[in-house]
Design a protein around this ligand. Structure first.
Ligand code: PHB
Length: 393
């Protein structure tokens, strides 16, 4: 038997984008159903990146005290770019009068899930969306299967694919699972979580002859760090002592505070933008629409920016019958998406050492880093992108 549910907006994927969208829609009195194939525990415990733009934090403020970004997270007023053994601070307050917050994505997810459930959101975990159909009709549908294998259909006025980089909703929009602009990189990040005090108050993005490293933090007792590695690296290939050696040699001039490493992962780098972001009554947001390498910390922030645009477009469509904002969504969202693509690619290429880099490339890269850090305009350009362009622009 097929069970059919009806709602105004069916949201595939309970990541930051899908959850925030349901909140913004609910603020306009628009009901939605969210499905996600993962369990709540899986969603809340997957380790992802940790930097929130100021605009992201301000949008999260609208869920009320459930957002702990300002209380548990930490405001950062700058980052350090390190090369040739010297640190150069990019001061956000000085350059753009804005800030970012270090607050891990899985904590954002805990906040959003608890706020949405408290508000009575229909949020279904363990439900796998198999297909999105009838995008071109006024009644698009999500075909799904629950944890017991029971098939069910959600009929909606609109379907949103916020189901991540392996999106199934994408096929309904672009006609294929993969269709898009795409770039791969010849390196990845080896990430660790360790029990140690912070090695630095602010993030250090370090370029060294041995490759890139990022010194990030999680709390007074847990730190997050990454170093550039081959994409095929096996996480078990290094002893703890070797991991500290690899990290340490990539941040010359700073002595890292070491401690037990309790988590390791390899993050592959891709840049991707789907050829289409909307077809009829289906639209894509977040990683379903685009992926960026992690160097500029733009992934979740970009997803949140998409959602802000789409929530307004759906409000005018569903409450006022006005399709203009929805028609404009792909073009409007693309402007920010491609700025973020550029920024993520730029930070990546400026800071990493490509396996085939020549001496010329190395020296040119140091020239590029000096151009940025030795110029108030250069620092401001970086800070503006890092803290996030205005959401209303
Ligand atoms: C992190 O803390 O996980 C992090 C911070 C900044 C980045 C990427 C990841 O650019």
């Amino acid at each position: 038997m097929t069970i059919t549910a009806r709602t105004r907006v069916a949201i595939v994927g309970a990541g930051p984008a899908g959850l925030l969208l349901s909140h913004l829609l609910a603020q306009s009195g628009i009901e939605s159903i969210i499905v996600d194939q993962r369990s709540r525990d899986e969603i809340e415990s997957t380790i992802r990146a940790g930097i929130l733009e100021q605009g992201t934090v301000e949008l999260l403020d609208t869920i009320g005290p459930a957002s702990r970004a300002r209380t548990v997270g930490h405001r950062h007023d700058g980052i350090e770019l390190r090369f040739e053994g010297e640190g150069h601070r990019v001061d956000f307050a000085d350059t753009v009068g804005r800030a970012v917050w270090l607050y891990p994505q899985h904590e954002v997810l805990k906040d959003l899930i608890s706020a949405r459930l408290a508000a009575g959101q229909d949020l279904r975990f363990g439900v796998t969306a198999e297909a999105v159909e009838d995008a071109d009709s006024a009644r698009p549908r999500v075909i799904a299967r629950d944890a017991d294998g029971e098939r069910f259909v959600i009929e909606a006025d609109f379907v949103v694919g916020s189901d991540g980089s392996r999106s199934i909703a994408r096929a309904a929009v672009t006609g294929s699972m993969t269709g898009g602009y795409f770039r791969e990189y010849p390196f990845a990040w080896f990430g660790i979580l360790c029990e140690a005090p912070p090695s630095s108050d602010e993030l250090i993005y370090s370029n060294s002859p041995d490759g890139f490293a990022l010194v990030s933090q999680r709390s007074d007792t847990v730190q997050r760090m990454y170093f550039q590695c081959d994409p095929d690296t096996d996480t078990a290939a290094y002893s703890e002592a070797q991991l500290w050696d690899e990290l340490q040699k990539r941040v010359p001039g700073t002595t890292l505070k070491e401690g037990p490493i309790f988590q390791r992962d390899v993050l592959r780098f891709r840049s991707f933008v789907a050829h289409e972001l909307r077809r009829g009554r289906v639209a894509l947001v977040g990683d379903a629409a685009h992926t960026v390498p992690p160097t500029g910390a733009k992934g979740m922030n970009l997803a949140i920016a998409d959602v802000r645009l789409l929530a307004e477009a759906l409000r005018t469509l569903l409450l006022e019958g006005d399709e203009r904002l929805l028609d404009a969504y792909p073009e409007t969202a693309s402007r920010r998406i491609w700025k973020a693509q550029h920024f993520s690619w730029w930070m990546t290429s400026m800071l990493h050492v490509a396996p085939d880099a020549t001496d010329f490339d190395r020296r040119r890269q140091l020239g590029e880093l000096r151009t940025v850090v030795e110029s108030a305009h250069g620092r401001a350009l970086l800070a503006e992108a890092y803290c996030g362009w205005p959401l209303d622009a």
